[in-house]
Design a protein around this ligand. Structure first.
Ligand SMILES: [Zn+2]
Length: 63
């Protein structure tokens, strides 16, 4: 599948956010903040998938 530079930018931005949330969750696994971060990373992955799907549905360059 070919993807455009906007797809890459959306993906990179979301992945950076997911990484930062995940590293926080890993550092504090037993604290409420860590558990909250673990849940947030799941939400963030879902948001990334949604954003990329919306992009794919509209973009003429991807596919
Ligand atoms: Zn695209």
């Amino acid at each position: 599948m070919k993807t455009c530079h906007r797809f890459i930018r959306i993906k990179t931005g979301h992945e950076r956010h997911i990484q930062s949330v995940l590293s926080h969750a890993t550092r504090h696994p037993d604290r409420p903040a860590g558990k909250y971060s673990a849940k947030q990373s799941v939400d963030a992955k879902r948001a990334m998938a949604r954003a990329l799907n919306v992009h794919l549905a509209r973009c003429r360059e991807c596919g």
